[in-house]
Design a protein around this ligand. Structure first.
Ligand SMILES: C=C(O[C@H]1C=C[C@H](C(=O)CCC(=O)O)[C@@H](C(=O)O)[C@@H]1O)C(=O)O
Length: 266
C-alpha cells in the first residue's frame, strides 16, 4: 500500500498480527529484502516493511535527509496506529533505525541493527565521506545503473557474497537493478553515511533493548559495533561466525531465529 506523507508516497507492506516489527532495508535494497523472513516473523508479529526514499516503489525525490525520513516514519506509525515498535534495520536501514531511535526514543520497544553504525564521529570524516558518496552519485548518473551495480557488487565489503550460490547472487543483483539511478543517487547524497548526524554521543541514552548483529568476516562493522555495545546501557552484540556484511543473505536461518528470539525474549 502507498502512504502519502506531504508530497511523498511511501510504499509500505504489512503482514501478521501482534507487536509491531518495522523493517528498514539497506542501500540498493527494498521491502523484498525481507521476503525470506515474513512467513516466520508474521506468525508472532505485525510486520511492517517500508521502501526508503530513492528505493523500490517509494516516490520521494525532492531533497530529504535521514532526519526528515525519520519524521516520515513517525507519521507512518501514526497513520498505522502503531505504538512502541520493534525496529530492525540493515546497514543504511540500520543507520535510519538508529536515527529514529535517537529522535523518537519514546516510540521504540527494541532496536535491532544489522551491520550498521551511528554515523561518523568527526566533521572531517563526514566531509570526506560526503565527497565519496557524491562521487558515487555522479558515477551512477553518468554511467547508469547497470555499471554502478557491477561496481557495487564487487566492493570489498561484499567479497564474502561471492561464495554464495549463483542463484542467490543473481537475485541480489536483480534487486539492486530494480531501482533507478536517480533514486539511488538521491539516497547517497541525502542519506549517505557522511550526510547524517553522528549519534555516538546519544547511544548511552538509549535505555531500551538493543541487539547489534555483525558478521565475524566484516571486520570494519564488527569493530564499530564492539565499540557501540560498550556505550549502550541495554545492548548486546551477536557475532555471526563465517558471515560477512549481509548476514540476512549469508545466514538467513540463523538471522531469522536471532531476530525472533530477541523480540520474544527467548
Ligand atoms: C562501503 C561502505 O559503506 C556502504 C556499505 C553498506 C551500506 C549499505 O546499506 C549497503 C547495503 C548493501 O548493499 O547490501 C551503505 C550505507 O550505509 O549507506 C554504505 O554506503 C563502507 O565501507 O562504509
Amino acid at each position: 500500500m502507498y502512504i502519502e506523507i506531504d508530497s511523498k508516497k511511501y510504499w509500505v507492506e504489512q503482514e501478521g498480527r501482534g507487536e509491531p516489527l518495522v523493517l528498514l532495508h539497506g542501500f540498493t535494497g527494498l521491502t523484498k529484502t525481507w521476503s525470506p523472513f515474513i512467513q516466520q516473523w508474521s506468525k508472532n508479529f505485525h510486520v511492517i516493511s517500508i521502501d526508503l526514499p530513492g528505493h523500490g516503489k517509494t516516490k520521494a525525490y525532492e531533497p530529504f535527509s535521514i532526519e526528515t525520513v525519520c519524521d516520515d516514519i513517525y507519521k507512518i506509525m501514526n497513520r498505522l496506529d502503531l505504538d512502541n515498535i520493534h525496529l530492525l534495520g540493515y546497514s543504511m536501514g540500520g543507520r535510519t533505525a538508529l536515527s529514529f531511535a535517537c529522535l523518537y526514543p519514546q516510540c521504540v520497544e527494541s532496536l535491532i541493527l544489522e551491520s550498521s553504525s551511528p554515523g561518523l564521529k568527526t566533521v572531517d570524516e563526514q566531509e570526506n565521506r560526503r565527497k565519496w558518496d557524491e562521487k558515487l552519485a555522479i558515477k551512477l548518473e553518468n554511467e547508469g545503473l547497470f555499471s554502478f551495480v557491477s561496481y557495487w557488487t564487487n566492493i570489498p565489503l561484499f567479497e564474502t557474497q561471492k561464495h554464495l550460490p549463483k542463484q542467490i547472487q543473481n537475485q541480489l543483483k536483480q534487486e539492486r537493478l530494480s531501482h533507478n539511478a536517480k533514486g539511488l543517487a538521491a539516497s547517497l547524497r541525502y542519506m549517505g553515511t557522511g550526510s547524517q548526524p553522528s549519534w555516538w554521543n546519544q547511544l548511552e541514552k538509549l535505555t531500551f533493548k538493543v541487539l547489534l548483529i555483525t558478521g565475524e568476516l566484516d571486520e570494519k562493522f564488527t569493530a564499530l559495533n564492539r565499540e557501540m555495545v560498550n556505550l549502550l546501557p541495554n545492548g548486546e552484540h551477536q557475532l555471526i561466525k563465517d558471515a560477512g556484511h549481509a548476514i540476512h543473505v549469508e545466514e538467513p536461518q540463523i538471522f531469522g531465529k536471532i531476530v525472533s528470539d530477541f523480540i520474544l525474549h527467548k
